[in-house]
Design a protein around this ligand. Structure first.
Ligand code: MF3
Ligand code: CO
Length: 251
């Protein structure tokens, strides 16, 4: 069963998502050479707690931090630690906050200092693919209409969509139905209804789509060592344009 949120629930969800988006923005502003990933995680944690919210990821299935920080060939679920960011790195930061009974979930990839034009193109295409998906994120369409648009944009630009991880419904639980793949066929999948809230999150590799999980049980890296980028927002399906609940100006 895909949860439909009523207006009262959405009021709480908007607040959770506003905190989540602000945490992503402040994390992104910290990305520069010399900063450790654990310092960024600490700032995300402190900000979320300062707002009276809880970091959604901390202790989720045993996850040990508040943010996922995934550098270069790390796709998602990078565990913050002693790694010190270097000029030229690309840094994917994924955050979640739980507030008044609801989760927000969003991510973006940030450049550390000057990066290669190819790395910047990867970041740009990944973000653009999310917005291509949004053109189909309206009541009456199907989930894979979104998926297909994302896949088209990524592949037509010569990059690969990660297939072994997908977006998801989000709300009272961090992960709810339905799955929202970043690849698919138009007209397939569950029908989109007004009041559904989805985390749409393309993960895009510069090389092949293949990924593997490191021995820590979390860190997902590209098998070929190529760069990877991630972009995610929590969105509300309406009878018109989707409402991007984790929107931040300039992100
Ligand atoms: N945005 C990610 C997701 O949707 C975050 C989950 S990380 C975890 O799956 F650590 F909480 F698992
Ligand atoms: Co997510």
């Amino acid at each position: 069963m895909i949860a439909i949120k009523n207006e009262r629930e959405l009021e709480s969800m908007r607040q959770a998502c506003k905190i989540t988006a602000a945490a992503r923005a402040l994390a992104g502003e910290m990305v520069r050479p010399g900063v450790s990933t654990k310092a960024i995680d600490q700032a995300v944690h402190d900000y979320i707690v300062s707002q009276g919210a809880k970091p959604s990821f901390l202790n989720y299935n045993g996850y040990p931090a508040s943010a996922c920080i995934s550098v270069n060939q790390t796709v998602i679920h990078g565990i913050p630690g002693g790694y010190v960011l270097a000029e030229g790195d690309i840094v994917s930061i994924d955050v979640g906050a739980y507030y008044k009974g609801f989760h927000g979930d969003c991510a973006a990839t940030f450049p550390c200092g000057a990066i290669s034009t190819e790395a910047q193109r990867l970041i740009d295409v990944t973000r653009e693919s999310f917005y291509e998906g949004m053109k189909f994120a309206t009541m009456g369409n199907r989930v894979q209409d979104i998926s297909h648009a994302i896949e088209q944009h990524v592949e037509s630009n010569g990059f690969s969509i990660v297939r072994s991880f997908v977006g998801h419904g989000v709300g009272r639980q961090l992960h709810e139905e339905p799955e929202v793949p970043n690849y698919g066929k138009p007209g397939r999948g569950p029908r989109l209804l007004k009041g559904m809230t989805l985390a749409v999150e393309p993960m895009v590799n510069a090389g092949t789509a293949d990924v593997r999980i490191l021995k820590d049980g979390w860190t997902v890296v590209t098998t070929d060592g190529s760069l990877s980028a991630h972009y995610e927002n929590t969105v509300l399906i309406t009878d018109g344009e989707p409402e991007i609940l984790t929107v931040t100006e300039g992100l």
